[in-house]
Design a protein around this ligand. Structure first.
Ligand SMILES: [Zn+2]
Ligand SMILES: [Zn+2]
Length: 361
């Protein structure tokens, strides 16, 4: 993994941004709920999400009482010293969410990976911008605005993937909504398709028993079906069978954010991943590396397992607003860390090749 030597941490003994952020998260969890806990949490996120120096980012909005503490952490030489400082300051109080923060790349680590990794997987080299939302479901922008932004980033095609109506947390698309969106996509492609072609995807819900919330006939009307788990995580229960049933369902193209993990909140599904990915490879279902910073799902370790199983991978930003389209950088950094071969990545295909791939399924 690429936890060391981020751009902001050239010096000897300097700690990577994710370790600095984790120290602040750990201290926040040692506090009772209240303003102090929130300020520490905010400083932790600032350090995690900056491409520059963690200390400076953490200090930026820190209240006066927190600043000396940040300086104290920043003065630690090396991760061991930092851990010792946290143990002293937290006075043995537990930080229960630690496991749900492990294995995520900070923004600085992503920037570092893109600098060092193979240029062929750099976001600039990806022809397709996959998995983004519009205000047809829970996105913040119109389809044309998102498509324009994808084109401006240099992508030749993109895959809109709004939620189906079955998702409780988002106002999803029903059949009529999908039809109206399809008309908007057709208009876009008539006017701009030579420069940037949009494909219609749909992020459908994998229910607790592994069936999907959208019936087969309706699924056939969209070009690309992404199956995803958003509920019933049951961390104590093995969910292999649920996922096997979902990926074996005819017309599914992609298993999106397979674990459903969420930074700081949950570690996601438990499953025998070799078996799940082998089934994906058998059924020609691609596996997503979701680059949304709080998801990063798959991580590099599981992406390697998917590659070994013979899977193809889709790099997705899961953008819910125009600036989020940059999150494909996180997915690319994970793919680089996992040494995903370029030819296994759907995003490098030309639009016609991607269309042919969709139609094979
Ligand atoms: Zn999702
Ligand atoms: Zn999504």
């Amino acid at each position: 993994m690429m936890s060391r030597g981020t751009s902001a941490n050239h010096g000897r003994d300097r700690v990577p941004n994710e370790a600095f952020a984790e120290a602040l998260f750990a201290l926040s969890e040692a506090e009772p709920p209240g303003d102090r806990r929130l300020a520490l949490l905010r400083a932790g996120y600032a350090a995690f999400d900056t491409a520059g120096g963690a200390r400076r980012a953490a200090l930026e909005d820190a209240p006066a009482w927190l600043r000396p503490l940040i300086e104290q952490l920043a003065a630690c030489h090396g991760e061991d010293a930092l851990a010792a400082a946290v143990a002293r300051l937290a006075a043995g109080r537990p930080h229960p969410s630690r496991a749900a923060r492990a294995g995520y790349l900070s923004r600085a680590a992503v920037a570092d990976a893109l600098r060092r990794g193979p240029a062929e997987l750099h976001p600039r080299r990806l022809r397709g911008a996959c998995h983004w939302h519009t205000h047809d479901s829970d996105g913040k922008a119109a389809l044309a605005a998102m498509a324009r932004a994808c084109a401006a980033k240099g992508h030749a095609w993109s895959l809109v993937s709004d939620h189906s109506r079955g998702l409780e947390v988002a106002s999803g698309l029903d059949r009529e909504g999908l039809r109206l969106q399809r008309a908007r996509i057709a208009r876009w492609n008539r006017e701009h398709g030579d420069d940037h072609r949009v494909f219609q995807g749909l992020e459908v819900e994998v229910l607790a028993d592994g069936t999907l919330d959208v019936p087969h006939g309706e699924r056939l009307e969209v070009s690309c079906v992404l199956a995803a788990v958003h509920s019933h995580f049951h961390p104590d229960r093995d969910q292999t069978d649920r996922l096997l049933r979902a990926v074996a369902t005819p017309g599914v193209h992609v298993l999106a954010h397979p674990r459903g993990r969420h930074f700081h909140h949950r570690q996601g599904l438990r499953a025998r991943w070799e078996k799940v990915f082998a089934a994906c490879a058998d059924h020609g279902v691609a596996v997503e590396i979701n680059g949304f910073p709080r998801r990063q799902d798959l991580d590099a370790e599981l992406a390697r397992v998917a590659v070994s199983a013979g899977c193809e991978l889709m790099l997705g930003s899961d953008a819910h607003a125009v600036p989020h389209l940059e999150f494909d950088a996180y997915a690319a950094a994970i793919a680089m860390a996992a040494e995903v071969p370029r030819e296994r990545v759907l995003n490098v295909k030309h639009a016609e090749e991607f269309e042919a791939w969709l139609n094979e399924r």
